[in-house]
Design a protein around this ligand. Sequence first.
Ligand code: URP
Ligand code: ZN
Ligand code: ZN
Ligand code: ZN
Length: 472
Amino acid sequence: MKRIIKNGIIVTAADTYKADILVENEKIVLIGQDLSDPTAEVIDAEGNYVFPGGIDPHTHLEMPFGGTVSKDDFDTGTIAAAHGGTTTVIDFCLTKQGEPLQNSIDQWHAKSRDKSVIDYSFHLMISEMNDSVLEQLPTVIEDEGITSFKVFMAYKNVFQADDETLFRTLEEAKRLGVLVMVHAENGDVIDHLVKKALKAGNTDPIYHALTRPPEAEGEATGRAAQLTGLADSQLYVVHVSCEEAVTKISEARSKGYQVMGETCPQYLVLDQSYLEKPNFEGAKYVWSPPLREKENQEVLWNALKNGQLQTLGSDQCSFDFNGQKDLGKGDFTKIPNGGPIIEDRISILFSEGVKKGRLTLNQFVDITSTRVAKTFGLFPQKGTISVGADADLVIFDPNIERTISVETSHMAADYNPFEGMKVTGQPVSVLSRGEFVIRDKEFVGNQGSGKYLKRARFGELKQSSQEELYLK
Ligand code: URP
Ligand code: ZN
Ligand code: ZN
Ligand code: ZN
């Protein structure tokens, strides 16, 4: 079906201009003034922005964690993502030591294939590096198109890998042309601080934050960055929460190391005091790394503005307050870590970033879409509005005012951490490869219509049907 999106203001990471977009066979085929085609459906975007679909580089949908499973799956999670203007998610595929990587990947395909309403891809967790894993990597990269590997430096005795594993992963990533991602917190130090807190009878949610100090994040970030320099490799630090980590990333970048960083909406607008809410409500705000002292927020905003951090992930990993978060009553270490964020990622960055003058419109598009596509081997098929790109488009009304609430949220969890927060700007319609997923704020998509995306290697273009356009 052909469609023309008329009269909108197109915003890319580079440009802002008024033009019409002709969409056909899933792609953008023409951008110009006063386009007309009698066979095309016309969608009027007057007064609205048209953004490239958001790309969320960091989700955990239906993920087993902390003795339970995250509440939003590829069904509710991707519907909520689409409502929020996200048209692609990259989810973390967990692996187990000694088990074939393909088993884990197959499990992740099984839970996403018939559910996802938008396109999706996977990162792969690396928990050990040995001859058997090395043998499997070419298949993972070439057949599955998985070109980013995640190493956890925290969650001792659960996910945590040692420095040898991290360093070898960096070396192999350099050789194979893929990106290493790290959860950067010093898991050994945290484990010690946690044991001390429990021994002293400190079991409330606030001790989750107090036993994971910002120095533990700064130290691990600096260590991972140094090892990246030593291996001459490439690194992406997920969910950066504090000044200590930003400083280490900036230092590494100024030395020319290829070190990148992501932050998340929760670290930009919430702070550590939320963990002290009475009646165990602090558990709703338990993330790792934890929410930090408020001063860190401006550091993170500035880092996004000046390019020391490049992307915004949701770290979507939702749990009900009743029945999941409350597993940690009387012992903060049993509170499942994470929250429902996927739907509000873009709204919050637009409202708090663009509307408050912290970011330009083009920076906003770069951070929520374009830079993510470039970093993870999806550009230019995804992440921009250009001829030949997938028609993943967000028609965004910059003036709608709304109050975030669990009542109007499409995520499955029984609370919203941003409850009561007023934001300006909302996606009104969202297209995924030329088909409406959200139309006039209502979900009109189809379960299972999302496609699995194989990604290009780090630094390479994801070639689409326009591949002849790119000179080798
Ligand atoms: O608290 C968090 N971040 N939960 C999700 C798992 C992770 O570490 O990203
Ligand atoms: Zn993490
Ligand atoms: Zn995460
Ligand atoms: Zn709805």
